[in-house]
Design a protein around this ligand. Structure first.
Ligand SMILES: [Fe+2]
Length: 232
């Protein structure tokens, strides 16, 4: 019998790691449902559509596509940047939160925060301020740079860009597109940012901090969380 030819690989929407209502009252269930099932899902759908005519790109991870724009045909470069970025960033975002959050960084991670920001409370102020000041839609990040032995940095990106595009490894991320908070907080983005600390998944952030020493090896499939053999 002839070997079965593998079909095209497809990016898949990763399941939420908790229930829609698990982050209430900080993030309401309806926002989570729309955000994951509609917004994130549409980035995945649009990414797969953009790649439809380019089988050689269909085996690439979302992270690779985001980090290698020069390898993309002109006609899909912008669509891939938006949708691969939307997919990678939302995949990170779901994992950055937990219903059992509300802790604080510990160990070497806490030491690095103290060294680079003066402490956790000061990091929060800087992070919230950056998120509040970002004009329009985007993301606020805590990332590890490649400078000064891996200095930590708070930054923002517009659209769905990611600090990996500048060689910085993301440790923690919050989505400050209006779709992330509008139903519950309306225009009060600062309230959302403040409330969000109650659902931060410090286990995940600490794990990412520990892996960030091996940055080059760790820009991997899980960043996109998605490039699995198509099952549907
Ligand atoms: Fe979002």
């Amino acid at each position: 019998m002839a070997p079965q030819k593998a079909g095209p690989l497809k990016h898949l929407l990763p399941p939420l790691p908790y229930d829609y209502a698990a982050l209430e009252p900080h993030i309401d269930a309806r926002t989570m449902m729309l955000h994951h099932d509609k917004h994130h899902a549409s980035y995945v759908t649009n990414l797969n559509s953009a790649l439809e005519d380019f089988p050689e790109l269909q085996e690439r991870t979302a992270s690779w596509l985001l980090l290698n724009p020069s390898a993309l045909p002109d006609k899909i470069r912008t669509a891939v940047r938006h949708n691969a970025g939307g997919h990678v960033n939302h995949s990170l975002f779901w994992r950055a939160m937990s219903p059992t959050g509300d802790g604080a960084p510990t160990g070497l991670f806490a030491d690095a925060i103290r060294r680079d920001f003066g402490g956790f409370e000061l990091l929060k102020i800087l992070f919230d301020d950056a998120g509040a000041k970002l004009f329009g839609s985007g993301w606020v990040w805590l990332a590890r740079t490649q400078q000064d032995g891996g200095r930590l940095e708070v930054s923002t990106t517009s659209g769905h860009d990611n600090p990996l595009m500048r060689g910085h490894f993301p440790l923690l991320v919050n989505d400050v597109w209006e779709h992330a908070y509008y139903l519950n907080h309306q225009n009060r983005r600062a309230d959302y940012l403040k409330s969000w600390w109650s659902v931060v998944n410090w286990e995940e952030a600490t794990d990412r901090f520990e892996r960030s020493d091996r940055m080059a090896e760790e820009i991997r499939e899980s960043e996109g969380g998605s490039l699995l053999e198509a099952t549907a």
